[in-house]
Design a protein around this ligand. Structure first.
Ligand SMILES: [Zn+2]
Length: 163
């Protein structure tokens, strides 16, 4: 293709919340009395971004690369997933243009942590801060997120192939 080869990908993730679990989002610990249940650290933001990037590069999904049956990934920091996806993209000669993500969570308020999340995600992927956008949204008291039973994240990624 003569013009830049852009590709877009979408990802989402949902985890059940349970008492006594650590709440980690984009590698940032958010103090709260509940956290996601999951094989890894249950970082929905990192997981949704991984899926968006893998999808954009047509490399499958997070379950294929990080099976939850593999002891290697048990309680693993999901920043490792992001770093691994970064390598997969590099192997495919792809560059990330930008990422946008929304975290759905009823409580606590995430505003004080957003900047730190953007920084950690950008670092793990070797990006500049302005290439990563993280937003937060409550569930308005509806669905599993709104009832405070679950945490969810949605992400979109744009990548381009290197010349
Ligand atoms: Zn997940």
């Amino acid at each position: 293709m003569a013009f830049p080869h852009w590709r877009v990908g979408v990802g989402n993730d949902l985890h059940r919340l349970a008492p006594g679990r650590k709440l980690i989002l984009g590698g940032v610990h958010v103090p709260f009395d509940q956290g996601p249940v999951g094989h890894s650290d249950g970082d929905v933001l990192a997981h949704a971004i991984c899926d968006a990037l893998l999808g954009a590069a047509r490399l499958g999904d997070i379950g294929r690369h990080f099976p939850n049956t593999a002891p290697k990934w048990k309680n693993a920091s999901s920043l490792l997933f992001l770093r691994h996806v970064r390598e997969l993209l590099r192997d495919g000669s792809y560059q990330i243009v930008n990422l946008d993500a929304t975290v759905g969570l009823e409580r606590p308020k995430l505003a004080p942590y957003i900047e730190a999340m953007e920084k950690k995600v950008a670092n793990a992927l070797g990006l500049k801060r302005d290439q990563v956008s993280v937003k937060a949204k409550s569930g308005e008291g509806l669905d599993a997120v709104g009832r405070g039973e679950a945490i969810r994240a949605d992400a979109v990624a744009l990548i381009q192939s290197q010349p």
